[in-house]
Design a protein around this ligand. Structure first.
Ligand code: UGA
Length: 428
């Protein structure tokens, strides 16, 4: 017997919104998606994906019948009782989260005892209580509010939606919270049912902790470089201790993306605004900024002055399997290289369109081999598997110089060295 699933609405069709919509459609829910971006809605109605996310296009295609896209909130309000909010909360200059888009959604809500706002956007701790106060002040006190933070990763977002480590629902113990918990029940994940500020803090603390792990292992890698230890073995030896865990101990050229930089800074700022100086997070941020720049020193060590040198950047997005360029380390690296007089040629399998907009002065190649032709040095910036599979003997013939800086420890150093190239990774 199939149970009838509750229709829902998702406001905001970015990485989180679209994946949430597709995921619930897969679970059998009718989903009403709303976005103010008419162009995006137009392409979604035509079945075109505005973002690159593995499996998403197929999932949306498969469940087309259950997915409705519109710029108008009215049909969503008519059909759905639970309105998931997945609009952007980018950082402001002060490091706080910009809640403009969230506020617009809040303001558009009608006075209704049938509807509940379910917050998926990452908001500061206290935002939910503030929104509830705003509802009350605007005579909309009967609207329910639930915090339901999202933990999916770009590049494996749909998989993460369908197989979450936990589902967090923060509410006042009201029926809307029960309804959200019931929506997720088929996934069989552990449910953390708590109050609204606690749910909000779980999200920020989880991202801040993961970022801390990355900055920690990046510093260990930097010390390994000074001492002759191999950070990959160190990370493995540490990670086998289940209190530490093996994940998020990969050193590299710093974390990026739309979440870690923003959320770590938002939590630090939130603490500061409440009168607490979160020292650890200041260090996490600083280590990350320095890590992005360490590649420059490695290049200079091998090439001396970078003036007129041709540097090939392989991969541009903040990580593999996404076209997201937000806070990508490649942006800092390419800007530093150009400022030092280098010529930069870049290749990314999926992020070129956005990269072209952001990286003025960089030349773009159609393939890794084209980017490498005539290069004095190559930097692996994003860990796309295709770079590991390159024929490095062939690459050695193509390149003018010999330096390969592996910013992600993606390559087998022996293979690169046997090809006659000079290999340098991170912390090994
Ligand atoms: C991150 C979290 O992992 C998700 O749980 C969360 O839902 C999401 O932010 C969010 O708040 O929306 P995401 O930004 O998609 O997800 O990407 P991650 O896979 O976490 O990677 C973030 C950055 O850390 C990338 O630049 C990645 O290259 C870097 N990283 C990650 C490392 O340098 N080392 C590692 O060991 C892991």
């Amino acid at each position: 017997m199939t149970m009838t699933r509750e229709p829902i609405a998702v406001i905001g069709t970015g990485y989180v919104g679209l994946v949430t919509a597709a995921g619930f459609a897969q679970l059998g829910n009718e989903v009403w998606c709303v976005d103010i971006d008419a162009e995006k809605i137009g392409s979604l109605q035509r079945g075109e994906m505005p973002i690159h996310e593995p499996g998403l296009s197929e999932c949306v295609q498969r469940h087309r019948g259950r997915l409705h896209f519109s710029t108008d909130l009215a049909p969503a309000l008519e059909h759905a009782r639970l309105l998931f909010v997945a609009v952007g909360t980018p950082p402001t200059y002060s490091g706080d989260a910009d809640l403009t888009a969230v506020r617009q959604v809040v303001a558009a809500m009608p006075d209704s005892d049938r509807h509940a706002l379910v917050m998926k956007s990452t908001v500061p701790v206290g935002a939910g209580e503030a929104i509830k106060r705003d509802f009350a002040a605007a005579g909309k006190a009967s609207l329910a509010y639930v915090s339901c933070p999202e933990f999916l990763r770009e590049g494996s977002a749909l998989e993460d939606f369908l197989h979450p480590d936990r589902v967090v629902v923060g509410d006042d113990g009201d029926p809307a919270g029960d309804a959200v918990a019931a929506l997720y029940a088929p996934l069989g994940a552990v449910l953390v049912r708590t109050n609204i500020p606690t749910a909000e803090m779980i999200k920020l603390a989880a991202n801040a902790f993961l970022a801390t792990k990355i900055s920690f292992i990046n510093e260990i890698a930097n010390v390994c470089e000074e001492t002759g230890a191999d950070v990959r073995e160190v990370a493995r030896g540490m990670g086998l201790d289940h209190r530490i865990g093996e994940h998020f101990l990969k050193p590299g050229i710093g974390y990026g993306g739309s979440c870690f930089p923003k959320d770590v800074s938002a939590l630090k700022q939130l603490a500061g605004n409440s009168g607490y100086h979160f020292q650890l997070l200041s260090a996490v941020i600083e280590v990350n900024e320095l890590q992005k720049r360490r590649v420059m020193a490695k290049l200079q060590k091998h090439l001396g002055s970078l003036v007129g040198r041709r540097i090939a950047l392989l991969g541009l997005a903040f990580k593999a399997h996404t076209d997201d360029m937000r806070e990508a380390s490649s942006l800092v690296l390419s800007a530093r290289l150009l400022a030092d007089g280098a010529q930069v040629t870049a290749y990314d399998p999926v992020a070129e369109k956005e990269a072209r907009r952001l990286m003025v002065g960089v030349s773009f190649a159609d393939s890794a081999r084209d980017a490498l032709a005539g290069a004095d040095a190559c930097v692996i910036v994003t860990e796309w598997p295709e770079f590991a599979e390159l024929d490095w003997r062939g690459v050695a013939q193509l390149m003018q110089g010999k330096t390969v800086i592996d910013g992600r420890n993606l390559l087998d150093p022996d293979v690169v060295r046997e090809a006659g190239l000079v290999y340098e990774g991170i912390g090994r």
